[in-house]
Design a protein around this ligand. Structure first.
Ligand code: PEP
Ligand code: MN
Length: 357
């Protein structure tokens, strides 16, 4: 059960409600979302408890769910969540194209990529400074130097930045640059990282673990939401199956299924799913057709020299062709491509302090 307290209610009233829940042997977790105190009870609620809690002073609403998907489920929020990434809404009517190199390599490569994304009509710029590589002997990313190159391109192009945070130890540095934090497939189950990101209050793109069920993926999102951060975008990036022709198997049915279960926006990464340049375009179009809220695409100005995932990067020109195709497909379905935020860009929100109830 989730008890949502009225925005203007005194903190003591939340205390009284917590006491009433504890008196029924419920354990109570506290959170804050959309400016309201939330009391999340765990344990099996006795019959009629929701009805007894609902009229208590200061209570705005009670979501009577024993479902583990307390915050991510449609029972908690019927309407779609729209996540505002420095002026780019993800989850509304507009389809968002996120693009950039897999890894930030140097100033020229990042500059050419950012220029290409802006020209192609992309709305958000990606680039990995901390790379979770399968092999410890592969390029691991430029770290803080990579973050600085991303910050430069934010200034030059006005595009919001998405970049991966691998470790809680790097979170403060990444928060200096990222308008939206990326949690990669290998970290989807890193509860410590998810909690810290939840407390940061910054929007987050949560990639699906390569062997995670939809429920496990949404439970990972619960770690972030239950810490008071409602701004989670899910990203389907392919799952491990028996099929070796593609790097992973893009599970487009998960996009349609998640949209039924959850109010959170979902985007698709066809680059990491297929691992093959020639499949990126058809899978990106399929993502738009199945109802995804956007796509994330790897590009590189000179893929032959790419230090990371060379086999899946589009040339910036190919990205422009893809966005043109997407534009036509979206028009046919009554949607449009998202545009970058107007200049000057909105100030990046500072990392929020943890709010208690
Ligand atoms: C990435 O997007 O850079 C990445 C490493 O993707 P994934 O976590 O899906 O493998
Ligand atoms: Mn990659």
């Amino acid at each position: 059960m989730i008890v949502v307290m009225d925005q203007t209610s005194a903190p003591e009233l939340a205390e009284d409600v917590a006491a009433a829940l504890r008196a029924e042997d419920m354990q109570v977790l506290r959170s804050r979302c959309h400016g309201r105190a939330h009391l999340i009870s765990t344990g099996t609620a006795p019959r009629g408890l929701a009805e007894r809690i609902r009229p208590l002073p200061g209570v705005e609403s009670v979501v009577d769910t024993e479902d583990a998907l307390r915050f991510t489920g449609r029972a908690y929020q019927r309407a779609d969540t729209v996540v505002d990434v420095a002026g780019v809404p993800i989850g509304g009517p507009a389809f968002v194209v996120v693009a950039g190199p897999c890894a930030v390599e140097n100033r020229a490569q990042m500059g050419d990529s950012a220029h290409g994304v802006a020209l192609a009509g992309g709305a958000i710029l990606r680039g990995g400074a901390y790379k979770p590589r399968t092999s410890p002997y592969s390029f691991q990313g430029l770290g803080r130097a990579g973050l600085r190159l991303l910050a430069e391109q934010r200034e030059v192009t006005g595009l919001p930045i998405i970049t991966e945070v691998l470790d809680v130890a790097d979170l403060d540095d990444v928060l200096e640059v990222a308008d939206i934090l990326q949690v990669g497939t290998r970290n989807m189950s890193n509860a410590t990282l998810l909690r810290a990101i939840g407390r940061s209050g910054r929007p987050v793109l949560l990639k699906r673990g390569m062997a995670a069920t939809i429920e496990e993926w949404l439970l990972a999102a619960e770690y972030i939401l239950s810490e008071g951060n409602p701004d989670v975008v899910l990203c389907e990036r392919g799952i491990r199956t028996f099929e070796p022709a593609t790097r992973f198997t893009l599970d487009l049915s998960a996009v349609a299924a998640v949209r039924r279960i959850s109010h959170l926006p979902v985007i698709v990464d066809p680059s990491h799913a297929a691992g093959r340049t020639d499949l990126v375009r058809p899978l990106a179009l399929a993502a738009a057709a199945v109802g995804a809220d956007g796509i994330m695409i790897d590009i590189h100005p000179d893929a032959a020299t790419a230090l990371c995932d060379a086999g899946q990067a589009l040339h910036p020109k190919e990205l422009a062709e893809l966005t043109a195709d997407l534009g036509r497909l979206l028009t046919a379905t009554g949607r449009v491509l998202a545009v970058p935020p107007p200049r000057p860009m909105p100030a990046r929100p500072r990392a929020l302090a943890t709010e208690g109830v």
